[in-house]
Design a protein around this ligand. Structure first.
Ligand code: EPZ
Length: 421
């Protein structure tokens, strides 16, 4: 397994282009299954999870053509099966997103149950309950979801919990259902909006995406008609590099991003003492060489503070001036980065789903291990400020969600290199 070696101490300076959003690309690639004609998707990030999704679609017989800019043309005309095998699903839980489109267009799907993962048990009961409410016949046996439906029927669904991929699966299922579906307590994440925009570009009739009530009027067919859809920028990649600059007292300018998707994160960065200026597609953060101030926050569904930025702010608080209290309300086990940071000298006390972080002047380098995507990014951030050489192991987690992280950080002046294991 590759490792990353980071030598701390350099304030980050420079400019970066943000990649397309992983969590928008994944549902949109799955949604291409709904199109009767080829569709082209652009601004796709070059990530392991995207490769896995293309492998998954390819094994179904879907024809994919990728150009040098990673524009992906998807043609489902050659599809031969509706099977998502455990060996792929276990490497990427988001594979569950093929369930809704397969059921809606082809009336059949056999999808491995996604295992849990490091951050939580992550059940998919709400996905299955919603599809059953729309008339799907669903049986779970031998670790697989076996689903069939002559034609899904539109209905009113009230989600017990806000679930991002649950909302996305049900929106995709409803797109070709007979009648109108109302999803209440829907996720409001920008990636849900991007999916709805993509489906509407193919002729779907979806209203209310971005609010907690989404109405989908089922149509008989969707067609990409060779359209080219560009994925929205990654707000979590953006936030991660902003925190990296804030922790190192630097100044960065991020291009091809969307500041309007990051209100809660930008608010907290300003509270930490960062000077932030934005345009429609850029964010500039300047710490003027200062140490960040501690901030307190609670994660919650969008538009509140995103759980995917929690680990990064835990890292920032560990070197900030003051005491910060961070509460994780979305996942039950998303503080595994804490024990790794404690090995680097961080003063963090965990009480149930709350971390109390007493900022230190600095951290010391240590060999640490990545456990999940965002936790591993936060260990890299900690390495940027730690004295000495930090070695982050198991960085396949990082490669799932951050395109060329060492190149991008090196571009900003970080001393970081990847060593093959
Ligand atoms: C999406 O995961 C993201 N992944 C996650 O990003 C993100 O952390 C999460 O939303 C929350 O914002 C993708 O979009 C591919 P949920 P998802 O369903 O949809 C419970 C990353 O770092 N729940 O919104 O799986 C669940 O256990 C990843 O890029 C049920 O109980 O998350 C959790 O506690 C990590 N039953 C809560 O809801 C269900 O059927 C929110 O989960 C579904 C969810």
């Amino acid at each position: 397994m590759d490792k990353l070696i980071i030598t701390g101490g350099n304030p980050l300076h420079g400019e970066l282009r943000i990649s397309g959003a992983k969590n928008a690309a994944l549902p949109i690639l799955a949604a291409a299954l709904l199109s009767e004609t080829p569709i082209v998707i652009g601004n796709v990030p070059h990530l392991q999870d995207i490769t896995t999704t293309m492998e998954l679609l390819g094994r179904m017989g879907v024809h994919l053509v990728v150009d040098e800019k990673l524009n992906i043309e998807i043609d489902t005309g050659t599809i031969t099966n509706f099977f998502a095998p455990y060996e792929l699903v276990r490497t990427m839980r988001a594979s569950i997103l093929v369930l809704g489109p397969l059921l809606s267009r082809f009336g059949k799907a056999e999808v491995s149950l996604p295992g849990g993962c490091a951050i939580g048990s992550r059940p998919v009961n709400l996905h299955l309950q919603g599809l059953a409410a729309m008339g799907a016949d669903i049986h779970v046996r031998n670790g697989y979801i076996h689903a069939e439906a002559k034609r899904l029927r539109g209905c009113r669904i009230v989600l017990d919990m806000v679930t991002v991929t649950g909302t996305e699966n049900l929106v995709m299922a409803a797109a070709l259902a007979d009648g109108t579906t109302l999803i209440e307590n829907a996720a409001r994440e920008p990636e849900v909006v991007d999916l709805a925009n993509f489906l509407n570009a193919m002729g779907a009739k979806i209203h209310g995406a971005g609010t907690d009530i989404i109405e989908i009027e089922g149509v008989t067919a969707l067609s990409g008609q060779g359209a080219h859809y560009s994925i929205l920028p990654d707000r979590i990649e953006t936030g991660t590099y902003l925190v990296a600059a804030a922790m190192t007292g630097g100044k960065v300018r991020l291009k091809n991003t969307r500041p309007d998707l990051l209100d809660a994160v930008l608010f907290k960065l300003k509270e930490a003492g960062a000077d932030i200026t934005t345009t429609d597609s850029t964010i500039e953060l300047d710490m003027h060489g200062r140490r960040p101030l501690s901030v307190s926050l609670r994660t919650a569904p969008y538009p509140a503070f995103p759980t995917d930025m929690q680990a990064q702010f835990t890292a920032m608080n560990s070197v900030a001036d003051g005491v910060g209290v961070i509460t994780e309300t979305v996942f039950e086990n998303r503080f595994m980065h804490v024990q790794e940071m404690q090995r680097m000298g961080a003063d963090i006390a965990l009480e149930s789903n709350t971390a109390i972080i007493r900022g230190r002047q600095g951290l010391t380098a240590a060999p640490v291990m990545a456990t999940d995507l965002r936790a591993s990014a936060s260990l890299v951030l900690a390495g940027l400020v730690a004295e000495g050489q930090t070695v982050v192991d198991r960085i396949y987690h990082i490669d799932r969600g951050y395109e060329c992280i060492e190149e991008k950080l090196s571009q900003l002046g970080a001393e970081i290199r990847r060593v093959p294991h």
